[in-house]
Design a protein around this ligand. Structure first.
Ligand SMILES: *[C@@H]1O[C@H](CO)[C@@H](O)[C@H](O)[C@H]1NC(C)=O
Ligand SMILES: *[C@@H]1O[C@H](CO)[C@@H](O)[C@H](O)[C@H]1NC(C)=O
Ligand SMILES: *[C@@H]1O[C@H](CO)[C@@H](O)[C@H](O)[C@H]1NC(C)=O
Ligand SMILES: *[C@@H]1O[C@H](CO)[C@@H](O)[C@H](O)[C@H]1NC(C)=O
Ligand SMILES: *[C@@H]1O[C@H](CO)[C@@H](O)[C@H](O)[C@H]1NC(C)=O
Ligand SMILES: *[C@@H]1O[C@H](CO)[C@@H](O)[C@H](O)[C@H]1NC(C)=O
Ligand SMILES: *[C@@H]1O[C@H](CO)[C@@H](O)[C@H](O)[C@H]1NC(C)=O
Length: 340
């Protein structure tokens, strides 16, 4: 009875709050539009600098009146960006174009390249074969997941000192095509290059990086000293690649800020040495057949022990019998050890 009662109560409350519609990442207050808003769209009176044109089966970009700084065009059937469409709003800050069918050839010049104050460009799930641009140097958040990017010219991100997140996952990028792409970035915190065709980890990534996602590529090694150049890195994911023992130099994961390391679905036969500060280690579905505590703890003592909380080793050639007797001394923080 109690849960039902709560549910009904929640229903009553939501009536009061229902002027808010859920736009996924974005919340739009729904009310009367400002007078010069495009008729296909909504420009809330209490948020007049935003224009919501998402989910409307639009085939092209509507007229954008001056004063708009946040433009939402996701989930339509837009396949081109015609010259002049942003002429009234060259100071646009956010442009969201996810889930359309825009090809690189159909982005005319004098459009995105003229948006000198653009900070956020979401261009996920379109038909881009190369990044649009040149993009504003004020860019902070750039997402191009799920396109057909196969080139990424070296100067694409030049001078974007405030770029913090870059998603170029689920594309057709090779190591050659992104060589030099990240040079000069100063604030990048998250780089997602997963689901591409990389043969090695991206080179020249800035030392500010905290999250590097490179799952689902063809990477076979981690260069010696790679992580030493990334002192802020906390999350490193290289699952579903072709990592082999010979591609993992001694001590390459010995960095003290790393919190999570995902090396699952590779071809490792032994557990690489990690620093005792690592908390999450994923090694499931490799070819590991030996378990050495030295990978986790050089010395086990009251002050020297591994901070690992989760260790996954399932899908390898290991059983409980492979664990040495003093495992619990070294791995004393582990709450989840999955071995088979
Ligand atoms: C610019 O704004 C004016 C006035 O609102 C409008 O008539 C014109 O069509 C707009 N141009 C574009 C390209 O949106
Ligand atoms: C865009 O890509 C989708 C999915 O890959 C495809 O179905 C569609 O035909 C493409 N559209 C254009 C205009 O290239
Ligand atoms: C980066 O951000 C700072 C602080 O907000 C700002 O002063 C600077 O102009 C920005 N840089 C660019 C290239 O937009
Ligand atoms: C790990 O790095 C620390 C300092 O950077 C160093 O003192 C230590 O010897 C290294 N350990 C291994 C196993 O390489
Ligand atoms: C882990 O990193 C710290 C800080 O760099 C270092 O002092 C320590 O020796 C490292 N541990 C191992 C096992 O190398
Ligand atoms: C802890 O480990 C370090 C090397 O990582 C070693 O130099 C030190 O003697 C150990 N301390 C104790 C109390 O075992
Ligand atoms: C699996 O491990 C056992 C003993 O630990 C070993 O004899 C066997 O060769 C291993 N199999 C493979 C495929 O590595």
């Amino acid at each position: 009875m109690a849960p039902l009662h709560l549910f009904l109560l929640a229903g009553v409350f939501s009536v009061g709050l229902c002027q808010y519609y859920d736009y996924g990442d974005y919340y739009a207050p729904v009310s009367l539009s400002t007078p010069n808003c495009a008729q296909e769209c909504e420009c809330p009176i209490n948020f007049p600098s935003a224009m919501y044109c998402d989910n409307r089966n639009l085939k092209f970009i509507p007229i954008v009146p001056s004063g708009i700084k946040y433009l939402y065009l996701q989930n339509n059937q837009i396949n081109e960006i015609k010259a002049g469409v942003f002429d009234n709003v060259t100071d646009l800050r956010w442009l969201v174009l996810d889930y359309n069918q825009i090809t690189s050839e159909k982005i005319q010049s004098g459009t995105i390249d003229k948006l000198g104050s653009l900070e956020k460009l979401h261009f996920n799930y379109n038909n881009l074969t190369k990044p649009p641009g040149p993009l504003s140097k004020s860019m902070m958040d750039l997402k191009m997941t799920g396109n057909q990017l196969s080139t990424f010219p070296a100067g694409t991100l030049a001078g974007m000192e405030n770029l913090t997140t870059l998603y170029i996952n689920n594309n057709k990028l090779t190591s050659e095509s992104i060589a030099g792409a990240f040079k000069g970035l100063k604030s990048l915190m998250l780089l997602d290059v997963s689901h591409n065709k990389l043969k090695k980890l991206p080179s020249g990534v800035p030392s500010s990086l905290m999250m590097l996602y490179a799952d689902y590529n063809d990477i076979d090694s981690v260069p010696s000293g790679y992580l030493a150049k990334l002192p802020a890195l906390q999350y490193l994911r290289i699952s579903h690649n072709k990592l082999v023992d010979s591609g993992i130099p001694a001590g390459v994961f010995n960095v003290s800020l790393l919190t999570e390391l995902d090396l699952s679905f590779n071809k490792l036969t032994s557990i690489p040495e990690i620093n005792e500060s690592l908390e999450y280690l994923y090694l499931q579905v490799n070819d590991i057949s030996k378990f050495e505590l030295g990978s986790f703890c050089k010395f086990s003592s009251p002050v020297n022990y591994s901070r690992l909380r989760i260790l996954r080793l399932d899908g390898n050639n290991l059983t409980q019998g492979n664990l040495p007797a003093d495992t619990s001394n070294c791995l004393r923080q582990v709450s989840e050890l999955i071995i088979n």
